[in-house]
Design a protein around this ligand. Sequence first.
Ligand SMILES: [Fe+2]
Length: 479
Amino acid sequence: MASGDPSSDGFVLWTRLAVSPLSGDGRGGMPARDVEVDWQVSTDERFSTIVKSGTATARARDAHSVHVELNGLEPGRDYFYRFRSEGRLSPAGRTRTTPTGETTPLTFAVAACAHYEHGYYTAYRRLAEQEPDLVVFLGDYMYEYGPSGYTALAGRVRTHTPGKCQTLADYRLRHAQYKSDHDLQAAHAVAPWLVAFDDHEIENNWAGPVSSTGAPGFARRRAEAFRAYYENMPLRRASLQGAVLKVNRRISWGTLARFHLLDTRQFRDDQACLDGVRAGCDDRLADKRTLLGAGQWSWLEDGLRGSTTRWNLLGQQIMMAHRDYKVGPGREVNLDSWDGYAAERTRLLGSLARTSNPVVLTGDAHMHHLAELKTDFDDPDSPVVARELVASSIASDGDGYRDRTWISEALQENPHISYIDQRRGYLVARLTRDDLSVDFRTLDYISRRGAKAKTAHRLTISALTGAAAAGQAGAPRIG
Ligand SMILES: [Fe+2]
């Protein structure tokens, strides 16, 4: 069970029934008939005051998943929820409506990339223990590979369900396996999530309609992976639009902040120069190349221009800062990241320069990064438009390591990046009108259970106000 996409008067409650989650057909051991599920929402953990309740139908054709969209609740407060079906009662989850107007501080966590084989989900457990108001999850919630399809340095601590995910049944089964993890369950039970997918929920490095392997039948595979993703996530019904899964959306937290969730995968042009980390690819600079697609671009522009909140937080998947992977002369960039769509990045940074206190939140990299986003990364005097906070992975790439030589070379090569950490972890940020304070949380290992989480790095960003906030680059504020 989980909750997500909070509004000022509601949220989505999600559950999926499975008596035998790992049954091979992806149906969780459920019968072919629909099943009724009762749900309750309370203002207290003991459910002594039930404020909403009802019955939903878990349909067999939806893999017995349930999405209940609530409204009519009070803004800015905790609620508790639970489900009951066929005599079984679920544990209780905590969720929250967004506030209206001036608000108390917001504590939110940022996480990404949770390869199940690579380690235990202790990072999810530690995140849950911090009891954030909101969890922002930026992609690679699950991985499509078969057993050992992608092995971490530290090997694997547990094994994926058989085979690479190709069919609806495969994806449903894989989601069920991930959701069976108790640490992940704890992280869902603590707060509403804002989720967006990246590549591995479907296939490594896919781009729009194009499979990275060129295998036929990708349109069908993508549609089935989207369906399974929707069935297993606390998303609103409106997000599944036929073969399109719409996850770019906005959530406002009173007048304090607006989250702009992006989809940097579904509407992009194919990667330039055959993808990968490469040197000498001029195509990546082409003006017409798009990462967001025309529709999402104008939606984002409108949202940034029309935003009246103090802070604007962009949640998106891939590294936005330029990153040169080659030590010394010459340059190698990751063509799957914004470096492969450089002209659109420059246009977006131009828009962010006219936006009130923009901060970019990113996943994908499997390492913490703290970067300054600049309109010209090669010019040390180019103004800083926004900070980018990249959350390391929950589990992908296993224990990680601290190769200080490698890190110092990477930092030297990229002077706009001030911190890199290759260990597993997540971010916890506290946001007030005046400051965004970010803890980069790390764990020393995940190949065994029980690691503590530590704050390896902390940063406080002060809000710019008035004219300064309106345009760090000197531009007047629009809207
Ligand atoms: Fe990943």
